[in-house]
Design a protein around this ligand. Structure first.
Ligand SMILES: [Fe+2]
Length: 295
């Protein structure tokens, strides 16, 4: 495997990180060290200890069905047998963040890019770039859910289209990904639960997003989200709550072109603001919020 070539910076949930030029790679499973497997084991155990009762049931069930465990870093090839059968998705190994259009095209083809390498032991709580733990533990389980799987593919098709429209459309679409796929909450009979990958792969935010009084928790609204700035350096000031995965998928049915134009004509909403039209589950106290820094 050649050295990845870093091309440019891209905004992620953890700040600006380099985008790699390399495409899809084989997962070099035999090359993982004991330390790599131990890091996976520790993170896996730690999250599975706190996620029951916080993460949505589909997420935890899917991890079990896929055979993810603390024993060892899972093999993409083995997960793919289960995933392909369930929803037609496959995982592909990558060196890191891909250029936007490549990422969208993979999703549109029901292929999910998973970073093959895992963080170091000293990075258990913080790493700037998405690694194997974030991608695999956080994103992959919900690809087992047929409706969510369709939503992700629709998002990819939407991304390819937005890429052709321009940066404003892309930025609005990125906010949708941010507030759903990465930081989404779902309202269930048992209470609010986490489904966002950025939350379930972080111990601190898994607790904060549900139990802290500081953040807003607001009902999902597509155009509201597309106007809303977010945080890349701290926990989110606002989480958006869906009622079902169908609601998410239905929201992506319409042609977004007129929506992009409508939203572009409105002001951005700062990350922590609550609007009169919001369906408010919790109005945040704003405790501990940093001034400025919304993107
Ligand atoms: Fe992610």
């Amino acid at each position: 495997m050649g050295q990845p070539q870093r091309l440019e910076a891209s905004m992620t949930e953890k700040g600006y990180v380099p985008v790699y030029a390399t495409g899809v790679v084989e997962q070099p499973w035999d090359d993982y060290s004991d330390t790599d497997h131990q890091v996976w084991a520790e993170l896996f155990r730690r999250q599975r200890e706190i996620l029951p009762g916080r993460a949505c049931r589909e997420f935890l069930d899917a991890q079990d069905i896929m055979g993810m465990s603390a024993d060892a870093i899972p093999k993409f090839s083995e997960l793919n047998e289960v995933l392909r059968e369930a929803t037609g998705w496959t995982l592909v190994g990558v060196e890191g963040l891909l250029p936007e259009l490549d990422f969208f095209q993979l999703l549109a083809n029901r292929q999910f890019p998973v970073t093959w390498w895992i963080r170091k032991p000293e990075q258990l709580d913080y790493i700037a770039e998405p690694d194997l733990f974030h991608d695999l533990f956080g994103h992959v389980p919900l690809l087992m859910n047929p409706v969510f799987a369709d939503y992700m593919a629709a998002y990819g098709r939407g991304g390819v289209k937005a890429h052709g429209i321009g940066p404003e459309a892309l930025s609005q679409l990125t906010r949708l990904y941010w507030y759903t796929v990465e930081f989404g909450l779902i309202n269930t009979d048992e209470g609010l639960r986490i489904y966002g990958a950025g939350i379930v792969s972080s111990k601190g935010e898994s607790i904060h997003c549900l139990e802290s009084d500081a953040p807003n928790r607001i009902g999902f609204d597509l155009e509201r989200i597309m106007r809303t700035q977010y945080r890349i350096d701290t926990y989110q000031k606002t989480y958006f709550v869906i009622d079902s995965y169908d609601q998410l998928f239905d929201a992506t049915r319409p042609d977004f072109t007129p929506i992009y134009e409508r939203v572009a004509a409105l002001d951005n909403v700062p990350a922590g603001n609550v609007l009169d039209t919001d369906r408010v589950f919790n109005r945040g106290t704003g405790e501990g919020w940093a001034d400025g820094g919304d993107v």
